[in-house]
Ligand binder design. Structure first.
Ligand code: AMP
Length: 483
């Protein structure tokens, strides 16, 4: 049993981005640019570890990528032909430097840096065992479990990593930098994204393809679920060391999380959102004068809704771009304030109009309530809400930060009561069937759905070991981190 609770003061819930490049003289500069393009996945802290053939220079900081790596002197210090980077997101608690990735350790086989996007679902269980065996943890991130397990194994980096991951449950996309290789891995269900790119002769890995566009690299392909790729002087090799599983990519990456200009699993995120909007307009039509997105994340779906319903699309709400993602604000009070800071009504397109507001999702319901209020105050005749995802009824344990279930509006109310609470004239969410149709997938089949949609269905594809078991384990699971 853990006698102290090292996590209590600095509980973090994260969503993250990873990047890695091998064989390029400007590895750290490319990594910094890649992380900048992936900033939407995490705005709390970032880090880069490079390798120059002898040393692993590292730099980590709290804040935005541009602020941490914007100075030439910082990048120059990160000398090397290979590098990995990470940017992380936290919604509560003070950021802690010791949790900022990539993590680095000196193992028997040499230096090793690792960066992780996802969340391990047996992290607390594994950590407890490792602490009992005498491991001394430096951070509270679940990624450190991988480092400790690798340290106690035998064989090459790939052998150690493979046997470590065979003991790990959960969602992970990883980049690992060793003395001779850059390694990328996706968990057997492929819940989180990881893509392969190329610039000249050099390969790179990133959470999303938008990280390649910024440096003029080309997207080669997605790393497959359960695939481990090794990139070194010999080129690239691909391995499948795990028992194959049904692919369950996170559908919320399309709905909200990924950048619209990314191609994920061969599908344009923008295109997917637009198609969801079209489908929603057919499922839940409404007579209106104007379709208004809640910017930025509601824009592509609203364009689709406007096209599908033949109704004008207008920016009836203007977003202030100098405010980050609302969710980042840790307390409810600040979150309320955040919405006002972020959006304002564009009266010219609202007053006297029947308005359809389109957003990607409702989580706690804070954003939409404020916006409906604001749109009514601006003189809208009717306010209808259309949401481009099914109701979010369950928490995510695989790396997307969602509040505890009891804080999710849709977990506690049906659509009619949500509509009344929000103060809208009508409210509709896309159905699960409509979502799968829009994604071009066969209808959701209980046995083998194409996506992880646990936040909408409660069907968790990977065992939630830390959520089961004795009460003390459950208590500890509150401390689990997201990467
Ligand atoms: P809420 O006010 O809690 O209902 O927040 C809903 C808004 O937050 C949505 O319109 C999304 O744009 C955004 N959002 C949804 N899920 C997440 C998430 N996991 N992390 C950050 N932002 C999110």
């Amino acid at each position: 049993m853990l006698t102290t609770n090292p996590f209590q003061d600095d509980k973090l819930h994260e969503e993250c981005a990873i990047f890695g490049i091998f064989g390029n003289d400007e590895a750290a500069a490319h990594t910094a640019l890649g992380l900048h393009a992936l900033q939407h996945r995490g705005q709390e802290a970032a880090g880069i570890v490079a390798f120059d053939g002898a040393q692993f220079p590292a730099h980590r900081g709290i804040g935005l990528v541009g602020d941490i790596f914007g100075r030439k002197s910082v990048i120059e210090r990160l000398n090397g032909f290979a590098a990995i980077g990470h940017t992380r997101y936290s919604t509560s608690g003070a950021p802690m430097m010791r949790n900022v990735q990539p993590l680095f350790a000196d193992l028997e086989i040499g230096g090793l840096a690792i960066a992780h996007n996802g969340n391990l679902t047996n992290a607390i269980t594994m950590r407890k065992q490792l602490v009992q065996q005498g491991c001394i943890f430096q951070s509270t991130t679940d990624t450190e479990i991988i480092v400790h397990l690798m340290a106690t194994r035998r064989g090459s980096v790939v052998e150690r990593l493979t046997s470590t991951l065979q003991q790990i449950e959960g969602a992970y996309s990883l980049v690992v930098l060793s003395q001779d290789s850059l390694i990328g891995v996706r968990d057997p269900h492929g819940v989180r994204p990881l893509v392969l790119g190329k610039i000249g002769e050099n390969y790179m890995l990133a959470s999303e393809s938008c990280a390649f566009d910024i440096i003029g690299a080309t997207y080669v392909r997605d790393i497959e679920p359960g695939e481990l790729v090794v990139i070194n002087k010999e080129g690239i090799s691909s391995h499948f060391p795990f028992v194959p599983q049904q692919q369950r990519f996170c559908v919320f990456e399309y709905i909200y999380f990924s950048r619209p200009d990314s191609i994920v699993e061969g599908i344009s995120v923008y295109e997917a959102r637009k198609r969801i909007g079209i489908e929603l307009s057919h499922e839940s039509p409404v007579e209106a004068d104007v379709i208004v997105p809640i910017p930025d994340s509601g824009v592509p779906a609203a364009i689709g809704f406007a096209q599908g319903s033949n109704t004008p699309f207008e920016y009836g709400i203007i977003r202030n771009h100098y405010v980050g993602r609302t969710f980042i604000e840790p307390s409810d009070e600040i979150r309320h304030l955040g919405v006002k800071l972020k959006h304002s009504a564009n009266r010219a397109y609202i007053t006297g109009k029947r308005v359809v507001l389109v957003d990607d999702s409702i989580v706690r319901g804070t954003t939409i309530r404020k916006i409906v209020d604001m749109v009514r105050q601006a003189g809208a005749k009717e306010v209808h809400i259309r949401i481009a995802s099914p109701p979010t009824t369950h928490s995510c344990y695989y790396g997307v930060d969602t509040p505890e279930r009891n804080a999710l509006l849709a977990a506690n109310s049906d659509v009619d009561s949500m509509r009344d609470l929000i103060g809208a004239d009508s409210l509709a969410f896309i159905s699960i069937a409509g979502l799968y149709r829009a994604m071009g997938q066969p209808e959701r089949n209980g046995e083998a759905p194409h996506y992880c949609d646990a936040c909408f269905t409660g069907d968790y594809p990977i065992q939630l070991t830390d959520q089961m078991g004795e009460p003390d384990k459950r208590q500890l699971s509150l401390l689990t981190e997201f990467n």
